[in-house]
Write a protein that binds this ligand. Structure first.
Ligand SMILES: [Zn+2]
Length: 285
């Protein structure tokens, strides 16, 4: 029987940390179960024993959280990604690499930290998959997006592959590598999961917090960045981006935000007997 821990259970409550002049808050929306051997098809049953078994929920899936990162600076606020929206998809109706896919908590999470969705000025997307844009574009169930004043930013390659209708308004912004999109927040290209996949780097003095999006989906990949991801549209690029990110995370003063890492979404690169690992953080000290 699997023990429920923060490593194999999705986050259900917001988690706030101070980062210099910024406040960052993880806002959970829901979760998706990832079938470990279908998501990472190069892995064997053996790879999911031992410590990696602790990442699996009681049904043998990786419990990937879904949500948004709220970044506040003074009276300004932005989000990285926007959850999945109020949908509950049973395992039989999701992609074969997935189990259940559930969203819907994001507005309550935002309310719990006292932020009006109308005050969000920008939503920056790591990529345009539905578990990252849900509350921005298609809440569904007759609901309009609560983010009535936000502009929506993604890389040119993401918008180029965007199949959904848009309102054609200047709310849709294209952002490029190195661009500062909010005080202290810059764009960092990280292709692989999608061609236009983007990480966002929050800087404060000498310290950095890298919101790396879907470069990694589970802490198990820290030891094995070479594992190909079935849902990476450019698998070789995905490997290269994971290796590049591990090198970035090794720099002093660098922490990370991992939107799909169960309830251990904030952390940094650790060392486990010479092997890279994910070390959760409760504060940035
Ligand atoms: Zn994702």
């Amino acid at each position: 029987m699997t023990t429920a821990t923060r490593w194999n259970t999705p986050a259900t409550t917001p988690r706030t940390l101070r980062f210099g002049e910024h406040t960052v808050t993880w806002l959970p929306d829901g979760y998706v179960q990832l079938d470990p051997r279908r998501w990472l098809p190069g892995t064997t049953a053996e790879d999911w024993t031992g410590e990696n078994a602790e990442l699996l929920d009681s049904e043998g899936f990786l419990a990937a959280s879904i949500g948004a990162l709220l970044i506040q600076h003074g009276d300004r606020a932005m989000l990285v990604d926007a959850g999945f929206g109020p949908h509950d998809i049973p395992a039989a109706h999701t992609h074969p690499t997935l189990g259940v896919l559930v969203g819907g908590q994001l507005p309550a999470a935002l309310a719990a930290v006292g932020v009006d969705p109308a005050a969000i000025e920008l939503i920056a997307f790591s990529h345009l998959h539905d578990d990252h844009f849900g509350w921005a574009f298609r809440p569904g169930q007759g609901l309009a997006s609560p983010f009535v004043n936000a502009s929506f930013a993604a890389s040119a390659a993401e918008w180029a592959n965007w199949a959904q209708p848009t309102d054609g308004s200047p709310r849709m912004r294209t952002v490029g590598d190195g661009e500062e999109i909010f005080p202290g927040v810059t764009v960092r290209a990280a292709p692989g999961h999608t061609a236009g996949h983007t990480s966002f780097v929050l800087s404060s003095g000498e310290r950095r917090l890298i919101a790396f999006g879907d470069v990694f989906h589970t802490p198990a990949q820290f030891a094995r960045p070479d594992w190909k991801v079935a849902m990476d549209s450019l698998p070789e690029q995905g490997v290269a981006s994971r290796r590049a990110l591990l090198a970035e995370l090794a720099r002093p003063g660098t922490a990370a935000f991992a939107n799909h890492f169960s309830d251990v979404v904030f952390g940094r690169l650790g060392d486990h007997s010479g092997t890279p690992c994910w070390e959760p953080l409760e504060e940035f000290s």
